[in-house]
Design a protein around this ligand. Structure first.
Ligand SMILES: [Zn+2]
Ligand SMILES: [Zn+2]
Ligand SMILES: [Zn+2]
Ligand SMILES: [Zn+2]
Length: 846
């Protein structure tokens, strides 16, 4: 497994010791975000340095001995390479660690292919033994380290000596133990020694096995079989993979990643329906972490992904070559929406079926698919996986929300952007003063220039900080910004203080004495200042670029709109605004032209799986938007959305009620204008569950006017919202009279010059005046819980039990093995289940 894990660079370097600055030769390995070193490559214990937030620097400008320094928040390593080339290679490799993308892919290989254990410290209720030294863990509570995936135990001191033999993931990780016979390649049991549960029984002789006195007997990590050391040889060497075998992708099926970045999938017949699991580790107050751990224990760790660690892209890409697979998303509706959108991007609709395990609250999608509103018991996972195997398939409509913003709004936004651009001119001012500092021989000029510089930069920092406060909510981005500003401000203050002392000193003693601060040092400080300001400018630029990209799009569409309206604005004037002032990218003109050819002028704002709301309920979502942690992608888009506050200057907008919304919006269903009653909001429903379980439509059956609501009929339900009081009690009262229409396409026009709150699946923003169009996008196969089928299967199982009573052990005491009988039963049941599932599926389709 060691060869599979990416070692970015390894080799000998000289390391300066802390004492007396002597040099010692050490062997270094750079892997993931960690630098390991030891006396030789053969050493067992490697010291390690975490390179998160590390910086790398050459030791001096002359640098005759090719030395460089690695500085982390906790450590400083001075290293020395044999030659310059070698030094440059090391520095490049160390710097690449900071590159995020690189980090993610190596992180993935670290997690999945290194075979390294995933330690956490814990106590044990029973005597527990170290799998490395075989001694008991310390204390009455048996305190030590336990691997969260394979339950390998170790003393803290022994952990470094543990072999990297965690639960297998790929064919390569099994190594030489692979069984190859006429049936092809199959997997042996993966044995872990000792620490068996209390009532453990040997699968071969059916006698008690394991011991509380020492590390004794064995347990398979996959099929959970337990055996005496003496009986181990008698057990069939092939691992049957156990209870969840339909869902488990055996490591033998994962045979290295090909150059495209996909698994070369060659699933054996036993794995009829591989399961890809996405867990949002932050869902349900971080309950997701427990589920993540449990899934890795039950399945192949390589089929389990944390959405908070890289999103759904990597997992879906890896499984792209499987003919069919199931996906289980553990999290809230936000997580499901995230996975659905990635399925859409990779066009995997035909290959996969998606099930939901709801964590946290407000899971409308899980509810309508029959998986309940929340699951908090991770011990139920085997049963849940079983239910998922028996689920039936239903199509889920996805709807897209398109928007078009009116021209004047875009113009306002442009002006706002120009303001943001203005701060970039600070850099010029900074440069001018810097060059003065660097070139002038006059001490007083240097000092006064430096002072101006400091003030300018401080002003800049304050303005940037304020702009960010105004335009972003407490997102990750504005936090980094605040941090950067804080650091810079600190540097500035200290420099200003010194400069003030300096200038005072020089005024007291008129014939300027030799500067108390050497100029070199002052320059050094100025340079570090320059670097810090660059960082802030880069950060701002990135935000502006993002905005530009967004505005550009909207602009293009609004231009189309303007032309429709008879060309409100002269073309030249616009070009000036965009190209000169905004220096927009050249792609603009291409887009501009394509609009001329009369393409659709709307832009897809987002995809809606559950529901859309405008007016009162969206305002409520905006106020109580707490899905932040659920969905980092959405957070980013929210930051962008929040920019509109700044543009429209309308935070007070939120304090408004939406009485008489009908005077500010127009509604069209399938092209038909709908006269609106006096209302405070409109909701458009794709699924019959709204904001945590309310059936807003108020019924599940068809009647004289409307058909039964469904999430696979490409039809949307449109409902009027009358007031917050009514919203609160709507669970109880009959909403019949709130229904507006059922249709395939909804168009809403926002009139006037003020935006209106809008929300999609709980994600809210202020939509500027213009049009909103809601139309069908595509469909995804989902796994819905099928209770009728579960019951049929249950009664069939019960009947089987009555017909074949468990007399087996009494009849054949020597190799009785009731487990094998039940294993056969299980496989029979699962075969039957699959056949019946396919039948139901076909029936539903026809
Ligand atoms: Zn030990
Ligand atoms: Zn492990
Ligand atoms: Zn096994
Ligand atoms: Zn035995």
């Amino acid at each position: 497994p060691d060869t599979v894990c990416t070692v970015l660079k390894e080799g000998n370097l000289m390391k300066q010791t802390n004492s007396f600055q002597r040099w010692k030769r050490r062997y270094f390995k750079l892997r993931g975000r960690t630098l390991y070193y030891a006396q030789t490559s053969k050493s067992i214990i490697f010291d390690e340095v975490d390179l998160t937030d590390a910086s790398v620097a050459e030791s001096s400008t002359k640098n005759i001995n090719n030395s460089f320094t690695v500085i982390t928040p906790c450590r400083r390593l001075i290293l020395c390479a044999d030659n310059r080339k070698e030094m440059e290679e090391w520095m490049a490799a160390l710097r690449s660690v900071q590159n995020r993308q690189n980090y993610e892919s190596t992180q993935y290989s670290m997690d999945h292919f290194s075979g390294m254990h995933n330690w956490y410290a814990c106590s044990h209720a029973r005597p527990t033994y170290c799998n490395v030294c075989k001694e008991a863990l310390s204390g009455v509570t048996s305190h030590g380290l336990s691997c969260e995936v394979c339950k390998f135990k170790a003393h803290k001191r022994c952990a470094v000596r543990a072999t990297n033999n965690c639960k297998w993931t790929t064919l390569a990780s099994i190594g030489k133990d692979i069984i190859e016979d006429e049936d092809g390649v199959s997997m042996p049991h993966q044995w872990l020694e000792g620490n068996l549960p209390v009532s453990a029984k040997c699968n071969v002789c059916d006698k008690t096995c394991g011991s509380v006195l020492r590390l004794q007997d064995w347990r398979c990590l996959w099929c959970k079989a337990m055996v005496h050391s003496g009986c181990k040889e008698q057990l069939s060497p092939k691992c049957p993979l156990g209870q969840c075998k339909v869902s488990v992708i055996p490591p033998t099926a994962l045979n290295s990643i090909d150059s495209d970045g996909f698994w070369k999938a060659s699933c054996p017949p036993s794995c009829t329906s591989p399961l890809l699991v996405f867990v949002n580790s932050k869902s349900g107050d971080n309950q997701g972490v427990k589920f993540l751990r449990r899934f890795k224990q039950l399945l192949n760790p390589a089929q389990v992904f944390d959405l908070m660690n890289g999103g759904p892209h990597l997992g879906l890409r890896l499984f792209q070559k499987f003919d069919t697979f199931r996906i289980l998303v553990c999290g809230g509706d936000g997580s499901v929406g995230w996975v659905l959108s990635e399925i859409d991007t990779l066009t995997l609709h035909k290959q996969c079926q998606l099930g939901v395990l709801p964590l946290g609250t407000g899971n409308d999608l899980a509810r309508v698919l029959g998986w309940g509103s929340a699951c908090d018991d991770d011990t139920q996972l085997p049963q849940i996986l079983e239910k998922l195997e028996r689920a039936s398939t239903k199509m889920l409509d996805s709807t897209q929300v398109q928007t078009l913003i009116w021209f004047w709004t875009v113009l306002m936004c442009l002006f706002c952007l120009i303001q943001v651009q203005q701060i970039l001119t600070y850099e010029d001012s900074v440069a001018a003063h810097l060059s003065k500092i660097l070139t002038s021989d006059q001490h007083s000029v240097v000092i006064s220039s430096a002072k101006v510089l400091c003030e300018t930069v401080k002003d800049f920092v304050a303005r940037v900080g304020k702009a960010y406060e105004k335009n972003t909510e407490s997102s990750e981005e504005s936090e980094t910004m605040a941090k950067k500003c804080g650091v810079l401000k600190e540097k500035l203050d200290s420099l200003l203080k010194t400069l003030n002392e300096e200038s005072q000193a020089s005024t007291i003693l008129p014939p300027a004495p030799p500067p108390t601060i050497p100029r070199e040092q002052l320059m050094l400080r100025a340079n570090s200042l320059k670097k810090a300001i660059r960082q802030i400018i880069e950060h701002t630029e990135k935000a502006v670029d993002e905005q530009n990209a967004q505005t550009q799009q909207q602009q293009v569409f609004s231009l189309g709109r303007a032309e429709e309206d008879g060309g409100l604005v002269e073309e030249d004037e616009e070009d000036e605004v965009e190209e000169d002032k905004m220096s927009l990218q050249s792609s603009y003109s291409t887009k501009h032209r394509s609009i001329r050819r009369g393409q659709d002028c709307y832009t897809e704002k987002c995809v809606m799986n559950n529901y859309f709301g405008i007016g009162l309920d969206a305002k409520i979502s905006l106020d109580f938007n707490n899905k932040r942690d659920e969905h980092p992608e959405k957070c980013r888009s929210r930051t962008k959305n929040m920019m509109w506050y700044g543009v429209l200057g309308t935070k007070e907008l939120l304090h408004r009620t939406y009485k008489n919304l009908e005077q500010r919006v127009l509604l069209e269903c399938d092209g038909r204008p709908i006269p609106l009653p006096s209302l405070q909001g409109i909701a458009v429903l794709n699924i019959p569950s709204y904001a945590g379980g309310t059936n807003f439509w108020g019924g599940t059956k068809e009647d004289d006017t409307f058909t039964a609501p469904s999430f696979d009929d490409k039809i949307l339900e449109v409902v009027a919202v009358f007031g917050s009081m009514q919203m609160a009690v709507s669970r109880v009262i009959n909403l019949q009279h709130h229904r507006i229409a059922q249709c395939r396409m909804v168009k809403i026009t926002i009139l006037g010059d003020e935006g209106v709150p809008v929300q999609v699946d709980g994600e809210a923003w202020i939509q500027p005046p213009g049009y909103i169009k809601i139309i069908h996008k595509n469909r995804t196969q989902t796994l819905t819980r099928d209770r009728a089928f579960e019951n049929t299967l249950k009664s069939w199982e019960d009947k089987q039990k009555c017909e074949f009573p468990r007399t087996a052990s009494a009849q054949t005491p020597l190799s009785s093995q009731p487990e094998i009988v039940s294993e056969e039963e299980a496989s029979l049941i699962s075969d039957f289940g699959q056949a019946a599932g396919a039948l139901i599926h076909r029936y539903q389709r026809s």
